[in-house]
Ligand binder design. Structure first.
Ligand code: ADP
Ligand code: MG
Length: 624
């Protein structure tokens, strides 16, 4: 007579099971990685409990993992001597979706589906997020979990599922501490009963597990904390393999930093930068993937707070002897020790990036292409590291070739003695930057200006404020004039120009705040500028795109600057007596053109009508 109790799976689990079984077929060997990773987690947790002095059932049994295959029976079994599960834990952990791996997988899947039209994304996901325990059903028609909790007053339990709608739980006394998971393999999954195949897979994914793994009694992995070894003895392949393991990635990392320090904290760290920025692929926000160890005991996987948010793309491990073992995992995040670790690690990592930039510029450029945004995020959100982050920034400039960049430090070195500010021009690309009216004075006076193509650059500038004690200044706000670089005999005199400006203000007053004679224009007839020193054209564009019309209104009207040497202005000055109606149309058009150049024209309809009227006039005057 059976005492088994039947349970249903949560709806989300059904969903995960369907995805796992149907769409990830070609990657199904990862179920081995997932079950071994769970076994290792269980062992880590046991070791943690023991090191922090808690009593466990059967303390003499060392944490370890064993895999067994049986070709005849068609099974593969994963056994660990870890923490095991109580009855309630069996229900919670294997019957609901509260735990991390599978949840992250579902979230990633949603993100991947929003980024439509890329069928590879789903398959790649499996490498990025564990699909967890349920991946067992990729290969098994029936899964049996025998488990005995480490809690001394517990007993053993058996969990059985043939998928369908649910599972059964029955008592199973006399089990040793830990968990043993038996997979009755599907007919088309019998290759997982072959020792050579399984060994190969374990080596591939789980070689760096910090507990012995045996396959049919044969030791497979060499347990070694690679980060604690001497750098000079580690082969590049070993680093790569370790990276594949921590990052769950088949790619090689872009950069690697392996260092140890004694003061102010004792630290051994092995950190990697992945070749690609997953956030830019449209996946969900990356979560920190740096694991915290103390003397090779895992204290906290994916330790939050170990690195600042803007370094969330870094993967690896940090081992610090100064971590108290008996501290609760949950409270780790807030300890001042954690903050100290964070300070040391961040400082060291920034120094590493700076060294890398000079040592291997090609790699650094790649890094900057992938992760530049994270550095900028750091400048905006993290006051403490602003200066070092500023040294890592790279921009194209009027001095560099297209696609080549300069650092702020190099820019400063090139500054002539009388230049006090570092100039930057906001533009979507090089062409627009070079044809921008704001650029004219810089070109004429051969003053270098950085090109800011990323909308974030404006905020970066605002937060950085200075570099090497030189204020950062936007080109559109620069108080520069062309000086003697251009002269034009036909130019309007100062008086004429002022009078024309007055007339323009009178005619265009409802659209513009002030009209001024400009000293910075060469080719352009006119330009709009903000008189408020905190408002820029790109901020206005952002306000518009967010439909913050009230903000834009509150920001007030802009000023118009006119070029007294430009043919349009010279002719316009004549026309306002000779042909007032034409002069007015030209004035309106002049202003609209300036708005277009600044990317700020709201409604082109009036302008188009006016243009058509002007074209008609030109053609009529020619045909007379
Ligand atoms: P994750 O490992 O990301 O939490 P899984 O689906 O892999 O998600 O596992 C679900 C949960 O089941 C684990 O968090 C753990 O609590 C429990 N579990 C799975 N395998 C074992 C095991 N071998 N020993 C103890 N607990 C386990
Ligand atoms: Mg897992």
């Amino acid at each position: 007579m059976s005492t088994a109790e039947k349970h249903h799976f949560q709806a989300e689990i059904q969903q995960v099971l369907d995805i796992v079984i149907h769409s990830l077929y070609q990657d199904r060997e990862v179920f081995i990685r997932e079950l071994i990773s769970n076994a290792a987690d269980a062992c880590e947790r046991l070791r943690f409990l023991q090191t922090s002095g808690q009593a466990v059932h059967q303390p003499e049994i060392q944490p370890a993992i064993a895999v067994g295959v049986d070709e005849k029976a068609g099974t593969i079994t994963f056994t660990d001597t870890g923490v095991g599960m109580s009855r309630a834990e069996l229900v919670d952990n294997l019957g609901t979706i509260a735990h991390s791996g599978t949840k992250a997988f579902l979230r990633g899947l949603q993100a991947a589906e929003q980024q439509s039209g890329n069928p590879d994304v789903k398959a790649n996901l499996i490498g990025q997020f564990g699909v967890g325990f349920y991946s067992a059903f990729m290969a098994a028609k029936k899964v049996t979990v025998n488990t005995r909790s480490h809690l001394t007053d517990e007993t053993g339990w058996r969990w059985i599922s043939e998928r369908a709608a649910g599972y059964e739980i029955e008592a199973a006394p006399d089990l040793p501490r830990g968990t043993s998971i038996v997979l009755d393999l599907k007919d088309d999954a019998k290759e997982f009963t072959k020792p050579a195949t399984v060994e190969h897979i374990i080596k591939r994914y789980s070689n760096f597990i910090q507990f012995p793994i045996e396959l049919d009694g044969k030791r497979i992995n060499t347990v070694q904390a690679i980060w604690a070894r001497n750098k000079s003895e580690i082969k590049p392949e070993e680093y790569q393999e370790f990276y594949h393991y921590v990052a769950r990635s088949q790619e090689d990392p872009l950069m690697r930093l392996h260092f140890s320090a004694d003061a102010p904290l004792s630290i051994q760290a092995l950190l990697f930068v992945p070749a690609h920025n997953l956030e830019s692929l449209g996946l969900a926000r990356t979560e920190s993937d740096v694991h915290l160890y103390c003397r090779k005991v895992l204290i906290q996987p994916r330790a939050k707070g170990l690195l600042p948010e803007w370094l969330r793309f870094v993967k690896g491990v940090v081992d610090s002897e100064d971590m108290p073992l008996n501290i609760g995992r949950e409270t780790m995040q807030d300890t001042s020790l954690m903050q100290k670790l964070n300070q040391v690690l961040t400082g060291r990592f920034l120094k590493f990036l700076e060294e890398q930039a000079t040592k291997d510029a090609v790699t650094y450029d790649k890094f900057y292409g992938e992760y530049g945004r994270f550095l900028k995020e750091g400048i905006v959100t993290d006051f403490g590291h602003r200066e070092s982050l500023g040294r890592l920034l790279r921009f194209e400039s009027s001095h560099t070739q297209p696609k080549q960049t300069t650092s702020l430090a190099e820019y400063v070195k090139r500054m002539p003695a009388d230049q006090k500010e570092i100039f930057g021009l906001l533009a979507p690309n090089r062409e627009s930057a070079e044809t921008s009216p704001y650029f004219e004075v810089f070109r004429a006076r051969k003053i270098e200006v950085l090109f800011f193509y990323d909308p974030w650059d404006e905020f970066v500038m605002e937060h950085l404020q200075t570099f090497d004690s030189k204020p950062l200044q936007l080109a559109e706000k620069a108080e520069l004039d062309t000086g003697d670089t251009v002269r034009n005999e036909k130019a309007l005199s100062d008086e004429q120009a002022k009078a024309l400006a007055g007339w323009l203000k009178e005619k265009l007053g409802d659209r513009i705040h002030e009209v001024r004679v400009s000293h910075r224009l060469i080719e352009s007839p006119a330009v709009v500028v903000d008189h408020d020193k905190y408002i820029t054209a790109s901020m206005r564009r952002i306000m518009k795109s967010l439909r913050k019309e009230e903000d834009a209104q509150a920001a007030g009207k802009q000023d118009l600057e006119i070029n007294p040497a430009h043919a349009i202005l010279i002719q316009l000055d004549n026309a306002r007596q000779a042909d007032p109606q034409l002069a007015l149309q030209v004035a309106e058009q002049l202003l609209d053109n300036a708005f277009v150049a600044a990317g700020l024209l709201e409604d082109p309809r009036q302008m188009v009508n006016r243009m058509n009227a002007l074209l008609t006039r030109i053609l009529e005057s020619k045909s007379v």
